[in-house]
Ligand binder design. Sequence first.
Ligand SMILES: NC(=O)c1ccc[n+]([C@@H]2O[C@H](COP(=O)([O-])OP(=O)(O)OC[C@H]3O[C@@H](n4cnc5c(N)ncnc54)[C@H](OP(=O)(O)O)[C@@H]3O)[C@@H](O)[C@H]2O)c1
Length: 338
Amino acid sequence: MIRVGINGYGTIGRRVADAVGLQEDMELVGVTKARPDYRATMAIEKGIPVYVANNEHAAAFDKAKVPYAGSLGDLLKLVDVVVDATPELGAEYKPVYEMAGIKALFQGGEEHELTGSSFVAQCNYDSVRGKNMTRVVSCNTTGLCRVLHALDESFGVAKARAVLVRRAADPDEISKGPIDAIVLDPTTLPSHHGPDVQTVLPALKIATMAVKVPVTHMHLHSLMITLKRPPTKEEAVQALHDAPRTLLVSGKSGFKSTAQVIDWARERGRPRNDVYEAVVWSDSVSMVDDEVCLFLGVQQEAIVVPENVDAIRALLTDIPAADSIRTTDVSMGIAHHG
Ligand SMILES: NC(=O)c1ccc[n+]([C@@H]2O[C@H](COP(=O)([O-])OP(=O)(O)OC[C@H]3O[C@@H](n4cnc5c(N)ncnc54)[C@H](OP(=O)(O)O)[C@@H]3O)[C@@H](O)[C@H]2O)c1
């Protein structure tokens, strides 16, 4: 059993904790919380040991009379690997994990340079083997990597261009905007998303731009990808269908917007309405000369969760990539066609 601790039990940490709990080869040893709020008490009710990362957090728990299992240092002594899901405090915690002599994985809010290794399971699982740490890339980078890697494998990507329409905040982030604006994110071009894809797919030529809109539930990317061996539309759709962790939807079936994707997840009974897949509108997939154009949806809170599970196996075991991806997918109810 791989013993897993999670530092930070927020949007990503809570989901990774539940996904780890579904794995037969992993044990969730505990999580940390900063505030003794309802999420802390709900974790305790679920039987998850809750630790605190520092004295200030301990004092807040003591004051609220919410019990905790110990300090972050206590938790790190009990685990083989820590998943850092803090609000981009990786640089502060990296030496703490190193001192504890355990493996660590970080999230996409951190710079690639923090670990020198960035991870998307279906693209570069084996590159992480034997390393002490890696970074699971951001939600947008994960979605782009899944789709671009699938097309590159089948048809060769000469270059990719993407315009990202980004959700402004997660659903519970009540003080983040914009409320009534489309924010150029950033105004200078290209955006950082292309170089972030290159931390996983270094040879891929890509340029991106992004805007932020007053939405909380998903990102939507418009992609134009020049292919070396242009396929038919049907061949392109098939390649995307066959890739792991992609979900094909279509306007004809009622998926007119991101809202129907979330509704689909709700109807599937997915925990928290989560969509772990990169969502491709099959009717958007079109060949224009040697370019394929398509719409890609990314649910920011969920897409990286299966990647975290696979990154744990890649860091700590000899299990082949395809086996880990299949195991993770089956456990989480993701249709597997990898
Ligand atoms: N949210 C997304 O859509 C998304 C998608 C992909 C990647 N990411 C990345 O994932 C990482 C985590 O983001 P998130 O959205 O999950 O953040 P979040 O919801 O703000 O959760 C952060 C967690 O860290 C805890 N925390 C706060 N200060 C801490 C400290 N000093 N030490 C240890 N833990 C502390 C918080 O505790 P309390 O709950 O008690 O406040 C919370 O549980 C970031 O790198 C982010 O860029 C986020």
